[in-house]
Design a protein around this ligand. Structure first.
Ligand code: ADP
Length: 247
């Protein structure tokens, strides 16, 4: 693993009742990299995110994180604590609480010390909370009930909650699914900003969205790595066009 690498998946295979959803897959991520993982339905993209965050255990292969720490067999909660955050498609926010309260809960969870649970937040912590609120574009909605937010706003709130847990690597599964064009644009800006400080893997169906980034793209097909490179390289590849982009 080069010094700049933060995550390495080597020869990962995942079987579900004998069916190989992922077969010998490799994926390396550098610090500060924003990577898109694309491919047709059923290619194994979500399963790869599941493997990285520890939700699914591969039948063979290895995942290492940070300073070559083997996390392949570690439980999901431990991987999260080590600094890999996973956002699922459905937001897991507390609907009856306000936007600010949701963010505050996420921040207190990170500290995970019972004694601080009811303690007053320091002014520095409050600053971080408000910075996060502004970053996700909900600065004027801090007192709104989270359940009343739009679909896009709920997604941003959850991303904000995840960022307050300070992950080094963030895994996002179709973050712009169901969003309006305007919400999609705002999410793109947010992703650019997140990637300034963290490494991000995004599973994405929306090719128009992926084109907004000068990022490396990994194409999966039938559980395997089909192609990796810039969006241009990937689009120019005949096999990719056949299985995916040409459709
Ligand atoms: P993608 O995210 O690229 O659409 P997935 O990783 O969700 O693909 O799925 C890859 C393949 O594995 C699909 O054929 C899917 O039906 C299968 N699969 C995913 N999860 C399970 C599971 N828990 N049990 C059985 N098969 C699964």
């Amino acid at each position: 693993m080069s010094q700049n690498e933060i995550l390495q998946c080597r020869d990962v295979t995942v079987e579900f009742d004998g069916f190989k959803a992922v077969q010998g897959m490799n994926l390396d991520l550098h610090k500060g990299e924003l990577r898109f993982l694309i491919g047709p339905n059923g290619a194994g993209k979500t399963t790869m995110l599941d493997v990285i965050c520890g939700k699914v255990k591969p039948s063979s292969g290895r995942v290492t994180f940070g300073e070559k720490v083997d996390i392949t067999k570690k439980p999901e909660h431990q991987i999260a604590e080590m600094g890999i955050g996973r956002k699922f498609q459905a937001p897991s926010i507390f609907s009856s609480m306000t936007v600010l309260e949701n963010l505050e809960i996420a921040m207190r969870q990170k500290r995970s010390v019972a004694a601080t649970l009811f303690a007053r937040l320091s002014s520095e912590a409050k600053d971080r909370l408000h910075h996060q609120l502004d970053m996700i574009g909900l600065g004027d909605k801090s007192g709104h009930r989270a359940g009343g937010l739009s679909h896009g706003e709920k997604q941003w709130l959850e991303i904000g909650m995840m960022l307050l847990q300070e992950p080094e690597v963030l895994l996002l599964d179709e973050p712009v699914a169901g969003m309006t064009d305007k919400e999609t644009d705002k999410t793109g800006e947010l992703l650019h900003e997140i990637a300034l400080k963290r490494s991000v893997v995004v599973v994405e169906h929306d090719m128009e969205f992926v084109r907004n980034f000068a990022s490396k793209v990994t194409v999966m097909h039938e559980g395997k790595l089909l192609k990796e490179g810039s969006m241009e390289d990937v689009q120019g590849d005949e096999r990719v066009a056949e299985v995916y982009l040409g459709k």
